[in-house]
Design a protein around this ligand. Structure first.
Ligand SMILES: C=C(O[C@@H]1C=C(C(=O)O)C=C[C@H]1O)C(=O)O
Length: 276
């Protein structure tokens, strides 16, 4: 019987998937997070990296692999709120939300609530600069387009700028990195995605081994992967390499602690989280 895998196709998954050789009998599809969430929930795929918020919401029947994540401690660069007015002045304004995201939308809700800000969150498609010019005061973007749009706003970044001092404003636009804001608020890493499956349908062992082998190759070849993806993204490779090495792909204890804090804030009363 074929085992179906769903993969989010953002660049931040490349170190896990660029050299992934699926064992016989495994097929995969790829797409944006909300598409992979739906594919897992309605049974079209058996294992998928999905928005962590959907894992939390469906914790009664989903389990997550205990050693895979897309997480960061501090800035992520690709989950951004673009805005012109300062963060503190976003009360009552209109914020456009991307339909690709489940987790980042909830993260934004939690962060606004913690700041005592009550904004109007509305689903709308378009780039950050387009939507800002159409009367939205904030635009949430995620994934590769968020990374590109961040660079479009703040770049070009000269070689003498330290990767620790990357800018967050430009062209009159402020780019609030939601993972950085989460870190400032909680001191925890933020887990964006986990690899989830229905509790009664765990992945075959050879698939898990292939995934670990692919990751071992990936984290050892970030320079090569960054160069390959930088040209597709149209970004300097040193920026893409910094972006990629910044991720935490192993769902380590600090990531799980951050995940639990987010789960309790975003979905109080959620079922216990299970890891396989
Ligand atoms: C880090 C990112 O996180 C992604 C954000 C997701 C969401 O908001 O639902 C889901 C999966 C993650 O891979 C990103 O978008 O770049």
């Amino acid at each position: 019987m074929t085992y179906h895998v769903g993969l989010i196709h953002y660049t931040n998954v490349a170190p896990l998937t660029d050299r992934l050789e699926f064992p016989e009998g495994v097929q995969f599809v790829s797409g944006v997070p909300t598409a992979m969430n739906a594919a897992l929930l309605d049974g079209r795929v058996d294992l998928a990296n999905i928005s962590v918020f959907e894992f939390i919401r469906h914790a009664d029947h989903l389990a997550a692999l205990h050693d895979f994540s897309v997480a960061v401690l501090g800035a992520v660069y690709s989950v951004n709120l673009f805005h012109v007015k300062p963060w503190e002045e976003l009360s009552d304004v209109k914020i456009a939300l991307t339909s690709q995201s489940a987790t980042s939308v909830e993260l934004l809700r939690v962060l606004l609530q913690k700041s005592g800000i009550d904004a109007h969150l509305i689903r709308a498609e378009g780039t950050a600069l387009e939507l800002l010019s159409q009367g939205y005061d904030g635009v949430l973007r995620i994934g590769d387009s968020a990374l590109r749009e961040w660079y479009e706003v703040v770049g070009p970044i000269s070689e003498d700028v330290s990767m620790l001092d990357l800018p967050h404003t430009g062209r009159g636009v402020i780019v609030t990195d939601l993972a950085q804001k989460w870190y400032e608020l909680t001191g925890h890493p933020f887990v964006f995605a986990v690899w989830a499956h229905r509790k009664d349908n765990p992945p075959p062992r050879d698939l898990q081994l292939a995934m670990r082998n692919a990751r071992r190759w990936g984290v050892g070849h970030l320079g090569e992967i960054s160069q390959a993806h930088a040209s597709k993204l149209g970004l300097p490779w040193r920026v893409v390499q910094h972006y990629l090495w910044n991720f935490r792909y192993h769902l380590e204890p600090p990531d799980r602690a951050g995940l639990k804090v987010f789960a309790d804030l975003a979905s109080p009363g959620h079922a216990e989280l299970t890891f396989s």
